[in-house]
Ligand binder design. Structure first.
Ligand code: 3PG
Length: 307
């Protein structure tokens, strides 16, 4: 019987795991659940006899993939696959995939939730501000960006987006004002929500020059990856712009400095929470199981991300 390893340091909701197991069992696959492991070395050992593996933000390094002698497919149950060494996957003849869109609504809801929390001063009793009629910029109008726009529309926000890969006509048809450049997006919008992937081109691309273009009272909401922020520049901006606040789903490396100096101007989730809902876990988990079976049984490589 072929074995699917579900390796999640941050576990899926139990209901999602039950559903994943049921589908796998029906198709004749065994499932091993390997949760909350302490060390990367534990993952290296656990993967040794797996035919397929499902991960979340777990690190599928070269060491892990080299140790996975039977592995045919690895699925990142989620959107960002910057945690998979794609070259190592290719070198080991492993198909690497993600499950785009499956957890996007959960992330979108968190964006608006964190915006309200910050705009109301963390519910500390002081008068805050409202989102209605404010300008929201969506930096990358993909699956998550679309959900953010849909929810923000309900708040009565004016929505802008910058995404060189999406047609302006498509954005306009969805009630979005497209910006011609990333600079235009940041200089126009009171709030900017980040949805770019972390790769060689985007890492540290959100810098002082860009953030300093934001209007007075500007807020950056990061549910993408901490690596896309230039943290030296972020600290410089926090120091020179007392009106600016930063919200991130997972703390930046410089969180302790921000926490010491800039009380009330930041919020960081203790663990990445964007996709952490039962619904998102069920959607992404089931998609991952079905994609694995699709690769192994039918050679279906839709959503493959390595070459
Ligand atoms: C994603 O890329 O899909 C999100 O960042 C979710 O990550 P998680 O599965 O670790 O919660």
């Amino acid at each position: 019987m072929k074995k699917i390893l579900i390796a999640t340091q941050k576990p899926f909701a139990p209901v999602a795991v039950e559903k994943m197991k049921a589908i796998a069992k029906e198709k004749g696959y065994a499932v091993e659940v390997f949760e909350k492991y302490a060390e990367q070395a534990d993952l290296v050992n656990a993967v040794a006899d797996a035919d397929a593996m499902i991960i979340r933000s777990d690190k599928a390094t070269k060491e892990v993939l080299d140790a996975a002698k039977n592995l045919k497919v690895i699925v990142r149950a989620g959107a960002g696959y910057d945690n998979i060494d794609l070259d190592a996957a290719t070198a080991n003849n492993i198909v690497a995939m993600n499950t785009p869109g499956q957890n996007s609504n959960a992330v979108g809801e968190l964006v608006l939730g964190m915006m309200v929390y910050m705009a109301r001063n963390g519910y500390n009793g002081k008068a805050g501000t409202e989102l209605r009629a404010k300008k929201l910029g969506i930096h990358a109008y993909g699956n998550v960006g679309r959900y953010v726009a849909e929810i923000a529309r309900g708040f009565g926000m004016a929505i802008y987006a910058y995404d060189p890969f999406v047609d302006n006509a498509k954005m306009q048809a969805e009630g979005i004002t497209p910006c011609a450049s990333v600079e235009e997006l940041y200089s126009t919008c009171d709030f900017v929500s980040l949805h770019i992937p972390a790769n060689d081109k985007t890492k540290k691309s959100i810098n002082f020059e860009l953030l300093n273009k934001m209007p007075k009272g500007g807020m950056l909401i990061n549910t993408a990856r901490k690596e896309v922020i230039d943290e030296d520049d972020l600290l410089k901006l926090m120091g020179t712009r007392p009106d600016f606040s930063y919200v991130s789903d997972i703390a930046p490396d410089c969180a302790h400095i921000i926490a010491d100096k800039y009380e009330g101007r930041f919020f960081f989730t203790p663990k990445k929470m964007g996709a952490q809902t039962s619904e998102a876990n069920i959607n992404a988990g089931i998609a991952a199981i079905n994609q694995i079976i699709g690769v192994i049984e039918d050679g279906d490589e839709t959503y493959r991300v390595n070459k």
